[in-house]
Design a binder for this molecule. Sequence first.
Ligand SMILES: [Zn+2]
Length: 415
Amino acid sequence: MSLAVRDAILDGERVSLRCSEGKIDALGSGVEPEPGDEVIDAAGMLLCPPLVNGHAHAAMTLFRGFGDDLPLMEWLRTRIWPAEERLEPDDVYWGARLACVEMIRSGTTRFFDMYWHGTEVARAVADTGLRAVVSAVLIDGLDPQRGETLREQALESLEALTAFGGLVEPSLGPHAIYTVSSESLRWIAEVASDRALPVHIHLSETEGEVRDCVEGHGVRPAFYLDSLGLLGERTLLAHGVWLDDGELELIAERGATIVTNPTANMKLAVGGAFRYPRAAQRGVGIGLGTDGASSNSNLDMLEEAKTLALLQKHEAGDPSVLPASEALAIARGQRSELLGATPLAVGEPADFLLLQPDVPELSTGELEADLVYAAHGSVVDSAVVAGRVQMRGRELEGAAEAIAQVRERAMRLTG
Ligand SMILES: [Zn+2]
């Protein structure tokens, strides 16, 4: 399985690229295809690294446009939770398949997911050919006894996720500190440490969560997690809106990553913005995510990068905060080792995008600024993951079927 890309543009230079066995073998001006290579004639398309979605609930494409414009708790209680009770494993599979289609079409080749029936998400990922870190989810409703009975299930789910191999990686997904007991969180910390697994958790999304944590445990959320052994280099904290300076310092010290989700935060009006300047100053690992399609409502990481940059500038009252190049680096996963960015270089994984050069959004100006401020995911023409072509000329296999499946299933779940 080898692939050659001819005559793409990289940093203003015409280059070609060859990859085999999932890695980039050669990249430069004199690179030629070899016999047996699948060849893409890029003809002046722009070659660039792909995007990494650091926080998603992929299968929630099933609930897109369902219960929008409601307060968070009302939306969860009256819409999402009742609909989720009707979820069948196959629904999750097709919801995640559609998310994979949407992510490839907008330039994302790797994502971090947390949702029910993780093995179905993994199956969708494996059938599509993306990379994903998929969680074995544990939610005990703050009942340690229930948590104990769920441990076996979590371990089984972990085994099943591990068995996928290839581009699917397992992780542990305790939903949040207000839905998982400290006993279960401590157990998860032990399993994660024994098996060197990432832990994906929502943290400090609302002010109420911080207040409850201080009342219940006497410390703010990041310190609480740390006391349970859950704050380390493989910890991914989704949101982190209400973290104070002391917490950001602790997170930097422990090497954990905060994945910010500005669109979902603004849409659900969580009342604040992730304190990016403070976090960046302290050297915290930072990533970007879309959150689920029901609270965003798309999975377009270029749009998310724009929202991130604009929100931070607006918050700071300073347009020089978070320039386009930095927003793009964050969206590519380059500001956190845990997120696994794939640079365009020989020996690195063959994950890359080809962008249409002749579109209005990219017609003048600096490419990075245009990508963040002007373009959407629709400028992506072709996407390659681990040396395999996932999309070419915006065509990808199985897209129509995934749309039809989700449309029908969403009607049953939300009707
Ligand atoms: Zn989330």
